[in-house]
Write a protein that binds this ligand. Structure first.
Ligand SMILES: CSC[C@H]1O[C@H](OP(=O)(O)O)[C@H](O)[C@@H]1O
Length: 343
């Protein structure tokens, strides 16, 4: 699989694949400040729940190098402040907070500036390496749900560039290709930022996976006429009761899947579960710039002054989810099964 890594640490800087320019331009940004990491997350230069967490973790490592003080208490305070700043970049994907909490725990335990600078970099690299393994495991468990010839629908991009490697919802398709299993993917374009049209098609085509692009409003007709076997998507936050937040449009696919009697799967690592969020109503839903909707590639498509509602996510209720595919296996989307994952 020759898909470039979304986030790399090189020569004490972050190299970030600028996902805003894909699929036509593959370009890495060099990030040397915490502010540039914040902006990269907010502007979707890096996006995808695990990738956001990984980028923020390396942002904390940058912070520890940036502040030159040799006073450990002062360095702790400054780096923890930068960690708090990075946590404000986007509100929905819990992986951001999960990763930053891991970094904060490491910071607090150190007792010298050298140890702190070394420990935060080691932790960020560990978060990235673990995520790659976790995503491959998700792919293995997800692949067991499908069979040769299946046609699977997905939305947004939960691929390799949304994670450390392999992706979550897309992971089974890469593994299937490696093993000669014939799976076809129907990718919703995913308005308004087109993660499906720009990123999922690009990743799958590079891997030689059969992919068909549809507009989001074609989902029902495609399920009916193209004999879709299942739907699988990523997630940005899974509440304690199994309600799952994902890209806007996912809730609608879950409703459609139910009405067509086809399974609807969420693929996500344990780092996307948030036991402190009791249900989907408690998940903060990011609302983004209206210009994402009123303009397409800089071309204004709506009249000046039009009112716009631009939620970046919605919530599929647990009762519409057939199963949640994690690195530990497929679970039912209920509180007991989720609690067991963490015991
Ligand atoms: C593997 S998590 C991918 C997840 O994140 C995406 O949101 P965004 O592109 O806004 O970061 C989308 O919800 C994907 O399912």
């Amino acid at each position: 699989m020759n898909i470039p890594q979304s986030v790399k640490w090189e020569n004490d800087t972050i190299l970030l694949l600028d996902q805003r320019k894909l699929p036509h331009v593959t370009e890495y940004m060099t990030l040397e400040s915490v502010a540039s990491v914040f902006e990269a997350i907010k502007s979707l230069a890096v996006r995808g729940a695990p990738a956001i967490g990984i980028a923020a973790a390396f942002g904390v490592a940058l912070s520890a190098l940036h502040h030159k003080t040799n006073d450990i208490d002062e360095l702790k305070e400054l780096v923890l402040m930068d960690s708090g700043y990075l946590s404000q970049s986007r509100p929905t994907a819990v992986n951001l907070f999960w990763a930053l909490n891991r970094m904060n725990d490491v910071i607090i335990k150190t007792n010298s500036t050298k140890a702190l600078r070394e420990a935060v970099l080691a932790e960020a690299l560990a978060i990235q390496a673990e995520d790659a393994e976790v995503c491959r495991s998700i792919g293995e468990h997800a692949l067991e749900l499908f069979q040769d010839g299946d046609r699977i629908m997905t939305i947004c991009n939960a691929g390799s560039i949304a994670t450390a490697k392999y992706g979550t919802a897309l992971a089974p398709f890469f593994l299937a290709k490696e093993r000669g299993i014939d799976l076809s993917v129907f990718a919703c374009e995913t308005r308004p930022v087109f993660q499906g049209a720009r990123l999922t098609t690009w990743e799958l085509m590079q891997a030689g996976v059969d992919v068909t692009l549809i507009t989001d409003n074609m989902a029902a007709h495609t399920m009916k006429t193209k004999h879709i076997s299942a739907v699988i998507t990523g997630a940005d936050r899974i509440a304690a009761n199994g309600d799952s937040a994902n890209k806007i449009g996912t809730f609608g696919l879950a409703v459609l899947a139910k009405s067509f009697g086809i399974p609807f799967y969420i693929a996500a690592p344990l780092s996307t579960f948030d036991l402190d969020t009791p249900n989907g109503d408690a998940i903060p839903i990011e609302e983004r710039d209206p210009a994402e909707i009123t303009h397409v590639n800089g071309l204004k498509v709506a009249p000046d002054g039009v009112s716009v509602f631009n939620p970046a996510f919605d919530v599929a209720p647990a009762e519409l989810i057939t199963g949640i595919v994690t690195e530990k296996g497929v679970i039912k989307p209920d509180a007991a099964a989720i609690a067991k994952l963490f015991n």
